[in-house]
Design a protein around this ligand. Structure first.
Ligand code: PLP
Length: 375
């Protein structure tokens, strides 16, 4: 079977530096908040172009901590997409706020700003929960429409959090993902564009006050010293070993992001020339994707099944992100949504599937994969 994400090739290219970096942490003995963590935060904030970076234990913790720092909780409505990984809405519910789902744009799979506007209006009228924040997700690596989202948020005095778990390395105009809203959250889960060898995440903001709160929340709400607890927090730190790993991977990252552009362009061209009936990803003017996933839309569920079976027969893995939108998941049944509430998300869930995507896919392999799609 071909790898879906080729972490082994990446490791073999970085092996010497990687092993040296990890050994240095083991020998140095500063396993929690060692010097590599501070160094990584400096390098990440420079890379993203924001004043403050707070690393943390996962992308999920990044979202939870951001909501906690902003005091979002019980009685607050947080608008987000139902077509995302569960963590986005889970974080909202974890802090006691109410996820309010908004359907996606059919071309980008990201939250539809016009529908967001309508949902905020409806929420204000029915008064069930107080509109407080928006978490936009950069699905599959493509930034959401922050120009429109930030304008709506400014008008309505709402906080915007960018869920950049999948988009680290993407751009919108001259800004990087993670810097596209008031707070940006990302994940370093191994399969992400920038991944460590365990769980990890980071939060980005230009607001020094918010950054101080996040640093306190990351260590159980600590005050001036460790045993002064001024608020509630979590064990939210990134391990020093993971920071050391990320410092090595960051050196190769810009190149890898370029390689991902090559692979995405190669797929689009090969699918088009082969005349295969599939909707390939749209990248709106002014944006670039980090290509966490290369997701395509088949003409029907049956066509998806057929193509995925052909791929499997040729030892090519594929995956469905996401087969069931969040409003139909049992965990969110208490919100009272029904099938049919978000038709674009439901339709995408029924036809979408993802092809192998990583920086080390060469042209002959892309041709093999597309050949298998054609059958
Ligand atoms: C959109 C999105 N949000 C949040 C997360 C949560 O990140 P983590 O797995 O690091 O907790 C993920 C990834 O797993 C994700 O894809």
């Amino acid at each position: 079977m071909l790898p879906f994400v080729d972490l082994q090739t990446q490791y073999s290219r970085l092996q010497a530096e990687m092993e040296e970096a990890v050994l240095a942490v083991l020998r140095g003995g500063k396993y929690i908040m060692g010097p590599e963590v501070a160094e990584l935060e400096t390098q990440l904030s420079d890379f993203v172009g924001v004043g403050q970076c707070i690393t943390c234990a996962s992308g999920t913790d990044a979202l939870v901590m951001a909501l906690m720092a902003k005091g979002v909780g019980r009685g607050d409505a947080v608008f987000t997409t139902p077509f995302t990984f569960v963590a986005t809405a889970e974080a909202i519910a974890t802090v006691g706020a109410t996820p309010v789902f908004v359907d996606i744009d059919a071309a980008t799979f990201n939250i539809d700003p016009a529908k967001l506007d309508e949902a905020i209006g409806r929420s204000k009228k029915n008064g069930a929960a107080n509109p407080r924040a928006i978490i936009a997700v950069d699905l599959f690596g493509l930034p959401a429409d922050y120009q429109a989202i930030n304008a709506i948020a400014a008008r309505e005095s709402l906080l915007v959090i960018e869920d950049a778990a999948q988009s680290f390395g993407a751009t919108a105009g001259n800004r990087r993902a993670g810097a596209l809203a008031e707070i940006g959250c990302t994940s370093f889960f191994p399969a992400k564009p920038l991944g460590c060898y365990g769980d990890g995440g980071a939060i980005f903001t230009d607001d020094a006050g918010t950054a101080d709160l996040l640093r306190s929340i990351r260590v159980h709400g600590q005050g001036a010293d460790k045993y002064e607890n001024v608020r509630l927090g979590i064990t939210g730190r990134l391990d020093t070993i993971q920071a050391a790993i990320l410092l090595v991977k960051l050196r190769a990252f810009e190149r890898e992001i370029e390689e991902r552009q090559r692979v995405a362009a190669g797929y689009a061209e090969a699918i088009r020339t082969a005349g295969i009936s599939l909707q390939t990803p749209a990248v709106p003017e002014g944006l670039t994707s980090a290509w966490a996933q290369y997701s395509v839309l088949a003409d029907s569920s049956a066509e998806r099944e057929r193509m995925m079976a052909q791929l499997a027969a040729a030892d090519v893995p594929s995956a469905i992100y996401y087969p069931k939108p969040l409003h139909l998941q049992q965990a969110f049944a208490y919100l009272g949504y029904r099938a049919g509430d978000f038709p674009i998300s439901e339709d995408a869930a029924s036809r979408i599937f993802a092809l192998p995507m990583h920086p080390y896919l060469d042209e002959p392999t892309i041709a093999t994969i597309v050949g298998a799609l054609r059958g």
